[in-house]
Design a protein around this ligand. Sequence first.
Ligand code: AMP
Length: 544
Amino acid sequence: MLGLMQSQNLLISSILKHGARHHASAPVVSRTHEGTMHRYGWADVERRARRLVRAMEKLGIGQSDRAGTLAWNAYRHLEVYYAASGMGAICHTINPRLHPDDIAYIINHASDRVLFVDLSFAPLIDVLADRIKDCVRDVVMLCDAASMPEVKPAPGMRVHCYDTIMEASDEDYIWPDFDENTASALCYTSGTTGRPKGVLYSHRSTFLHAYAASMPDVLCARASERILPVVPMFHVNAWGIPYACALTGAGLILPGRHLDGASLTTLLNDENVTLTCGVPTIWMGLLQHLRTSGEKLTSVKRIMTGGSATPPLLVEAFRDEQGVNVEQGWGMTELSPVGTYNAPKEAQLGLEGAAFVKHALKQGRILAGIDMKIVDGNGKELPWDGEAFGDLKVKGPWIASAYFGDEPGSALDEDGWFATGDVSTIDPDGFMEITDRSKDVIKSGGEWISSIALENIAVSHPDVLEAAVIASRHPKWDERPLLLVTPKPGRSIDAASVLKVYEGQVAKWWLPDAVLVVDELPHTATGKLQKTTLRAAYKDYYMT
Ligand code: AMP
């Protein structure tokens, strides 16, 4: 027997309609390309998104067409998010920091019909035009008529000004109803191994993720909060924050292109931001600025960090020097992206000092609605004792089942679980802690050594800015850890003293066999350490 409840498709347009009707004037604030502030509310976003749909229809965009974006976090990009998905087309956010070859590959693979491009990325279009002319018909520059740059399109490609096509359009549009499983957005993984792969979100997956991410033990996105996503809207939908804010009425502050410590401090304080979200590199930059300038964060209560491991210094320094809680989330492009969040249960409320920091370094508890498990090399589930570590698998309605262009279900194992490629422990309270990427874990004499655990200890050395530990082939042990470190500005590193900080912290056989001091470490376009490059350079270090 079926229940007798109303049935309604979970659509992104209904998130926007809710925001417009119930949080009409909740602040949506953007710092523009010119550095001025643009302010409006969700009623305006909804109205302008309708206008944009009408403009896109004139460009010939229809259901399932891909609308690519190369843009920072700002209001026009937000309008594209809602307009493209709401009309049944697909908003394809592209990471402009990728190599142009990868960007061209992604645009062609996605078959983008139109590209919405920020002024900063106009030169990219000149570089790409010839390589994307088979699919891209229109390029829309996200600016007003006075700021239109010189863009060299390929023959047959049209270039438009966003504000001009908006002015020529109208708002006579009713958001359509369709199957909630319809594709809504597309985002390619950052491609640390091989070609980037597309993750194709649906309206249903986005809606459910926005609900779960807004919950008290995650973003806690109350209407009285003001949230600033530093995480780019081209990196997994800015962790779902543009949707969560419309759903809850939390203020949305969009920082534009300047993400350095000084610019962020001004924006966070001027706009009374209470929660800000981004990767650790951003927070290290912010911390450095606060320390040198002596400025204080006046309204921020929480910093959500994720995307890569949290350095202990971040937790300690923001708590002690700024009174700000650094909270960690974990996720992946394939998870929409948030999978876990580290918010305390009752048992963790009394933690202080080193115990508090140790716990804060865990990636957290699974969001309600999805599930996780850890398994050994034979696929056997491992205990949640905080000790056993194995491959982390996840399952649930906002997790990819296949990559764009592949057969549905092809990214899952026979029981429907998705292998994250992360290696982790889970403690008895359900807090997951990443010990490695499966390809980064060091297999020494048949035992596993966590490269992340060794990196976290290395950065507690006063002269070390950043650390990377990789597996280097070894004639006796198969693989042994090799540590590479970069010095803080104006400091030099004594390699022997770095090894000293490991004393009493790890088993002796975990100790890196060598410490190399280098000027800088390679990073991916999303700011993660690029260990593939390091492995290629140093994989035979112990063999020679
Ligand atoms: P991406 O799809 O680019 O967001 O990358 C996802 C990967 O980033 C995950 O599989 C993890 O390896 C890593 N990651 C994300 N969040 C965290 C975190 N809080 N701590 C450590 N690694 C993380």
